[in-house]
Design a protein around this ligand. Structure first.
Ligand SMILES: CCCCCCCCCC(=O)SCCNC(=O)CCNC(=O)[C@H](O)C(C)(C)COP(=O)(O)OP(=O)(O)OC[C@H]1O[C@@H](n2cnc3c(N)ncnc32)[C@H](O)[C@@H]1OP(=O)(O)O
Length: 243
């Protein structure tokens, strides 16, 4: 299957079809852990109740620990050529810390929407600056990727122009600014969904597709969940247009 032409290059064909039962269970567990994390930093119940809950959570954790993957093994729901990352701490539905942000193409931009919670707090009632940097890194990286230009963050610059409130819908917009060789420059903004033209954070990132020796060093021993060599990175990272 070939991907449709876009003003900025090829996008990867999405032919990956994960097990729907696993996808549903991981999504549900991610949502439940997200609620737990959020409530754990908001709760004001008595110390004894918190201690009881902690003991219960440890029992549940032990059940999940019965079988686990190591860092060199992809989840069965992940796919490198399409960069499907179920456990991304920014966009992963399976990650309790993630808002999670949903990204989509809109014209020549990539748009993301999310609402941050108390688990992302820095200054009271507002986002931690590092959390906003995570949002920006993922936004800019996703923008490069969706333009057929996968790369790793080589530089990330941020201007914090206004504090980002928690529990308030946000909109993120990314644009490819320049491409040359293995390098892609992307700019992006974070704003309130209700005031999309008032930029709270402005970012610029340089994404570089690593040279083959680095690719091998970083990802050479990655395997898929069923033990095969993980496909896609060598091609995906050296030239996004081959995706
Ligand atoms: C849907 C999926 C979306 C995924 C989104 C994910 C978002 C998150 C992305 C990440 O967080 S990635 C993790 C954080 N980043 C890293 O760990 C990268 C660490 N750095 C490296 O491994 C290497 O420095 C790097 C791969 C970035 C570059 O190494 P190379 O040896 O391949 O690059 P090289 O030095 O040959 O430079 C290639 C080009 O990039 C340019 N370049 C490299 N570093 C640069 C830099 N810092 N600033 C500006 N330009 C840079 C360099 O000048 C040159 O330009 P020219 O071709 O025009 O000469």
């Amino acid at each position: 299957m070939t991907s449709p032409a876009t003003p900025w290059g090829a996008s990867p064909p999405d032919t990956f079809s994960p097990d729907p039962e696993l996808q549903a269970a991981v999504t549900e567990l991610g949502a439940a852990v997200r609620d737990l994390l959020e409530t754990s930093v908001a709760t004001t119940v008595a110390p004894g109740e918190q201690a009881d809950v902690a003991a219960g959570v440890r029992e549940l954790t032990a059940r999940l620990a019965a079988t686990t993957r190591d860092r060199h093994t992809l989840s069965a729901l992940d796919d490198l050529p399409t960069f499907r990352r179920t456990y991304s701490p920014v966009s992963g539905v399976g990650h309790g810390f993630a808002p999670p942000v949903q990204f989509r193409r809109e014209g020549d931009t990539v748009v993301g929407e999310c609402t941050l919670g108390l688990r992302h707090e820095g200054p009271p009632a507002h986002s931690h600056g590092g959390m906003t940097a995570m949002l920006m890194d993922q936004l800019l990286g996703s923008t490069a990727f969706l333009a057929g230009r996968w790369g790793m963050t080589a530089h990330l610059g941020l201007e914090y122009r206004g504090a980002v409130p928690l529990q308030t819908p946000l909109v993120l917009v990314g644009r490819v600014a320049d491409v040359s060789g293995r390098k892609t420059v992307v700019t992006g903004t974070v704003a309130l969904a209700a005031e999309p033209d008032r930029e709270l954070v402005r970012g610029e990132g340089v994404f570089v597709s690593p040279r083959p020796e680095l690719l091998e060093r970083y990802f050479g021993d990655l395997t898929t969940a069923d033990g095969g060599r993980a496909p896609g990175h060598a091609q995906a990272a050296t030239d996004g247009s081959t995706l």
